[in-house]
Design a protein around this ligand. Structure first.
Ligand code: ADP
Length: 765
C-alpha cells in the first residue's frame, strides 16, 4: 500500500503532463479511465503504473478542472476538450467506404485516394457494404445506386436506420443520364450528395473533403452539445445536492443528506464520510448506502497510520480498506475483495484537511472520470455545508453557554437582591432610599411604621409632595436637601402603639455617589432612640438626684457643725447634744445614701453575682421582722408576722433577699403614721402552671396615688411633698433590681381599707 502511494506530482513534459515515476502520460491514464476500465485493469495493462499513480492522475485532472482548465488529453488541438467520455458511436474521420459492383470502378477509386489522407475500404455489393459500414465506422460511404442484390438506395436506407452508422454521410455515384427520379429518391432517404460519372478525380476529392469537413464540424458540434449537456446535468445534480444538504444546519442531517445524495447521483452502493477530529485525530465514520441505509451512530475508529498519512499530509485520494473491513462497521453492501470500486477524496477547508468522502462500488459498472469530477465538485459543496453546520453548532454551543452564564448570574443577582431585601425588612432601623430626583425608591417595613404609611403609596412619590406633611417628613426633606455628605437630625413623633406617647427618632442621611463622584441618590436611616433617650433622661435625673440628696444632709451637717464650733461654749448641753444627734442622723443618712448608690451601681454593672442557694424564706422574713420590731415599736406600729407561716424554700441570694425584705418593711413603717399596723405574709401558689412564692407587706399608711405607682420604682423618685420623711428614693429601685435578677416581679396595690400593699413573686426552688 505504502509503495503504491509513492507519487511524484505529474510533471509537464513536452507540453503534456506525465507521471514521472512511470513515464506514462496523464492523458493515457485518463483515457483508460474514460473507457470504463477499473483501476486494477489499468495497472494490469500498464505494469509501470501503481494504484497511487492512477489516483494521482485523477487528482491532477480534478485539480485542473477545479481551476477551470481542461483535463489533459491525447488529442490536443481541435480535440482538446474530448477529455473523458467519448461518444460510443464515434465515426472514423479518415475512413471512406466505397460500394460498387464493378471491381474496375473500385480499383479506379483506390487509385484516386491512394497516398492521400483517407483510408479506403471497399465492398462489391450493398450487403457487404452494410457489414463493413458497421464494422469499420467510415465517416463517408460512396455507393453506386444500381447494384445487384441490395441496391444503393436500400443500403442508404439501412445505414440511416442503424444507430451505429446513421451519422455517416452517403454520396451516390450515378451513371451519366441516369434517372433523376432515382437521385431525388436517394437524397430523400438521407443521402448527402450525388456525383455523376464520368467525373474528374479532383472533383471527387474536393467533394469528399467538403463532406469530411462538414462531418467533422457536425461531430464537433455534437460533442460540444454532449459536453454542455453533461455539464448542465452535473450542474443540476450539484444544485440538487447543494439544496438538499444546505437545507439543514444539523451536522448529522447534513451527513445523512450528503451521503444519500451522493449515493443517488453517482450510483454508489455506499458512501462514507469520515471527519477528522481535530483534538484526538480520530475519524468519525458515517456511512450510507444506495439501499437508503444510513448508519446514524457514528463509529469512532482510530485511523491506520497509512490513512492518517494520506488524509493529513498528502491530501490525495485514498483507498481505505482498513475502514471498510472494520468489524465495527456493519455494512449490508460489502466492498469487493479488490478495492478498485472505492473512490476517496479529501475534504479540504481553509487549507486544512477535515476528513474524506469515499464512494464504494458503482452499481452495475465502474466509476468514471466524469464521476470523479462530479464527486470533486460535490465534495467542495459538502465541505462548505459541513463547515457551516459545525460553525452553527459552535455558535449554538456558545449561545447556550452564554444563556447559561446569564441565567446563573441572574440567579445570583436575584438571590443577592432577596438577601438585601430580607436584611432591609428585618432591620430595626427604618431605611428610606431616594433617587437623584428625591423620589422614594425603597422604604423598608420599619420606616413604613415610623412614617405611618404603606410602601405601595410611598414608592415613586417625591418627598416634596404636599401629602407628606409631618414633622418627620420635614426632617427627611431637610436632610435630603442638605449639601453635607452625611447629616443627622432628631425629631419626636407620636407613637402609634402608645396613645399619647412619643417616639424619639434620629434620622441620618448619606449621599450615594458613583465611582465618578456623581450623586445618584440619598439613603436615610431612621432610628428609634426613645429608650436611649429615656436612659439619658434617667442618667441626668440620677445625677441631679444624687447631687440633691447629698447636698441636703451635707448642708445640715455644715450648719450644725459650724454652730457647734462657734458656739459650743455658749450652748447649753442639751442643745449641743441635739446638734450632735442631728449631725449623726445626717451622717447616717449619707452613709445609707452612699450604700444604696453603691448597691445600685453594683447591680447595674452586672458585676454582682447572684449567689443562689436554697434558703428558707420563712427564716429570713422572721429574722428581718425581729430586727425591725424596735423601729416599729418606736412609732407604736404593730408589726405582724405569723410565726406558723409555711416553710418555703427558694433558690436565692440570701443577702439580697434580706435586703429586699428589709427595704419593703422599712418603707411600710416609714410611711405609716404612729399607731398604725404593718403585716408581713408569705405564701406559695401556682401561676401559669409554675410554682411561685409570694411575699407581701401590707400597711395602713399614707398609700400611693394610682398615677405614681409605676414611677416609685424609678431611681430617686419620691413622693414626700412635706419633706418630713427622710429617704433616698433608691430603696424601691434596689428592690426591683433584686427581684428582676431572681426572675421575679414586684407590684404595688392599695387595699380597700387604705395604705399600701407590696407583693413580690419569686419562682419556687
Ligand atoms: P425612699 O428612700 O424615699 O423611701 P424608696 O425608693 O424606698 O425611696 O420609695 C420611693 C417612694 O415611694 C417614697 O419616697 C414614697 O413616696 C413611696 N413609698 C414607698 N413605700 C411606700 C409605702 N409603704 N407607703 C407609701 N409610700 C411609699
Amino acid at each position: 500500500m505504502a509503495q503504491q502511494r509513492i507519487i511524484t506530482d505529474p510533471t509537464i513534459a513536452n507540453g503534456s503532463p506525465v507521471i514521472k515515476r512511470a513515464q506514462v502520460p496523464v492523458h493515457q491514464i485518463l483515457s483508460y479511465v474514460a473507457t470504463g476500465m477499473s483501476f486494477q485493469e489499468i495497472i494490469e495493462t500498464v505494469p509501470e503504473l501503481g494504484l497511487g499513480d492512477v489516483k494521482a492522475a485523477l487528482d491532477y485532472a480534478a485539480t485542473q478542472m477545479r481551476q477551470g482548465m481542461p483535463a489533459p488529453t491525447g488529442n490536443q488541438g481541435s480535440n482538446r476538450d474530448l477529455a473523458f467520455e467519448q461518444p460510443s458511436n464515434m465515426l472514423d474521420l479518415n475512413k471512406i467506404l466505397v460500394v460498387d459492383d464493378s471491381q474496375l470502378n473500385l480499383d479506379f477509386m483506390e487509385a484516386i485516394f491512394a497516398g492521400g489522407e483517407f483510408i479506403l475500404v471497399t465492398a462489391l455489393d450493398g450487403r457487404e457494404g452494410l457489414a463493413k459500414a458497421r464494422a469499420e465506422a467510415p465517416f463517408l460511404i460512396l455507393t453506386d445506386i444500381m447494384m445487384p442484390g441490395m441496391s444503393g438506395l436500400k443500403l442508404c436506407q439501412e445505414i440511416k436506420a442503424d444507430p451505429l452508422t446513421k451519422d455517416a454521410s452517403v454520396i451516390f455515384i450515378t451513371a451519366h443520364g441516369q434517372n433523376t427520379t432515382l437521385v431525388a429518391k436517394g437524397l430523400n432517404m438521407g443521402a448527402d450528395e450525388f456525383i455523376s460519372r464520368p467525373f474528374e478525380p479532383e472533383e471527387l476529392l474536393a467533394r469528399v473533403q467538403a463532406v469530411a469537413r462538414l462531418k467533422r464540424a457536425e461531430l464537433d458540434a455534437q460533442r460540444h452539445a454532449q459536453i454542455v449537456a453533461r455539464h448542465n446535468q452535473s450542474l443540476e445534480l450539484l444544485n440538487e445536492l447543494a439544496i438538499a444538504i444546505t437545507s439543514s444546519l444539523d451536522l448529522q442531517k447534513v451527513f445523512a443528506s450528503a451521503m444519500q445524495q451522493l449515493s443517488r447521483l453517482l450510483k454508489a452502493e455506499a458512501v462514507s464520510i469520515l471527519l477528522l477530529d481535530g483534538e484526538e485525530k480520530k475519524l468519525t465514520v458515517n456511512i450510507a448506502s444506495h439501499l437508503g441505509e444510513y448508519i446514524s451512530v457514528p463509529v469512532e475508529v482510530k485511523p491506520t497510520p497509512e490513512m492518517a498519512d494520506v488524509i493529513q499530509q498528502e491530501r490525495i485520494p485514498a483507498i481505505i480498506s482498513s475502514i471498510l473491513h472494520n468489524p465495527q462497521i456493519n455494512l449490508t453492501v460489502k466492498p469487493p475483495a479488490d478495492q478498485d470500486a472505492v473512490v476517496c477524496v479529501p475534504m479540504v477547508s481553509k487549507e486544512q484537511t477535515i476528513g474524506t468522502i469515499a464512494l464504494i462500488n458503482k452499481q452495475g459498472s465502474s466509476f468514471t472520470a466524469g464521476d470523479w469530477a462530479l464527486l470533486n465538485s460535490a465534495v467542495n459543496i459538502i465541505t462548505v455545508a459541513i463547515e457551516n453546520a459545525r460553525l452553527f453548532t459552535e455558535v449554538q454551543e456558545f449561545n447556550r453557554h452564554l444563556e447559561q452564564k446569564v441565567a446563573e448570574r441572574t440567579g445570583e443577582l436575584i438571590t443577592e437582591k432577596k438577601k438585601v431585601e430580607a436584611i432591609l425588612v428585618s432591620m430595626a432601623d427604618g431605611v428610606l432610599v431616594l433617587d437623584d430626583e428625591n423620589c422614594i425608591s425603597t422604604v423598608n417595613t420599619a420606616a413604613q411604621k415610623m412614617l405611618g404609611a404603606d410602601s405601595s403609596k410611598l414608592l415613586g412619590m417625591p418627598i416634596t409632595s404636599k401629602r407628606l406633611a409631618t414633622p418627620l417628613w420635614d426632617t427627611i426633606r431637610k436632610l435630603a436637601s442638605s449639601i453635607e455628605v452625611i447629616a443627622s437630625a432628631s425629631v419626636d413623633v407620636p407613637d402609634a402603639t402608645r396613645p399619647g406617647g412619643l417616639l424619639s427618632i434620629q434620622a441620618r442621611s448619606a449621599k450615594v455617589h458613583t465611582e465618578t463622584g456623581q450623586t445618584i441618590g440619598t439613603v436615610i436611616v431612621l432610628s428609634d432612640v426613645t429608650s436611649l433617650m429615656e436612659v439619658e433622661r434617667m442618667k441626668a435625673r440620677f445625677i441631679t438626684g444624687v447631687t440633691h440628696e447629698l447636698k441636703t444632709p451635707l448642708a445640715v451637717i455644715k450648719l450644725h457643725s459650724n454652730n457647734l464650733a462657734n458656739y459650743h461654749t455658749r450652748l447649753p448641753e442639751l442643745k449641743r447634744n441635739q446638734l450632735i444627734q442631728a449631725i449623726q442622723e445626717q451622717v447616717q443618712l449619707l452613709g445609707k445614701l452612699v450604700e444604696d448608690i453603691l448597691e445600685l451601681s453594683r447591680l447595674d454593672s452586672g458585676l454582682v453575682e447572684i449567689e443562689r442557694q436554697p434558703i428558707s424564706l420563712r427564716q429570713v422574713v422572721a429574722q428581718v421582722v425581729a430586727e425591725m420590731q424596735p423601729l416599729a415599736a418606736e412609732k407604736e406600729i404593730t408589726l405582724r408576722w405569723q410565726k406558723s407561716s409555711p416553710e418555703i424554700l427558694i433558690q436565692a441570694d440570701k443577702d439580697k433577699i434580706n435586703r429586699l425584705i428589709t427595704n419593703l418593711i422599712d418603707n411600710a413603717i416609714k410611711y405609716t403614721p404612729a399607731k398604725g399596723s404593718v403585716e408581713v405574709k408569705i405564701a406559695s401558689e401556682l401561676v401559669d402552671g409554675q410554682k411561685m412564692v409570694l411575699f407581701q407587706v401590707c400597711d395602713t399608711g399614707i398609700g400611693i396615688p394610682l398615677g405614681e405607682r409605676a414611677q416609685i420604682f424609678e431611681r430617686f423618685y419620691r413622693i414626700d411633698p412635706s419633706h418630713t420623711i427622710p429617704g433616698t428614693g433608691l430603696g424601691l429601685s434596689i428592690v426591683k433590681e433584686i427581684v428582676t435578677a431572681h426572675g421575679g416581679k414586684v407590684t404595688v396595690n392599695s387595699p380597700p381599707e387604705g395604705g399600701s400593699m407590696f407583693t413580690v413573686s419569686l419562682p419556687e426552688a
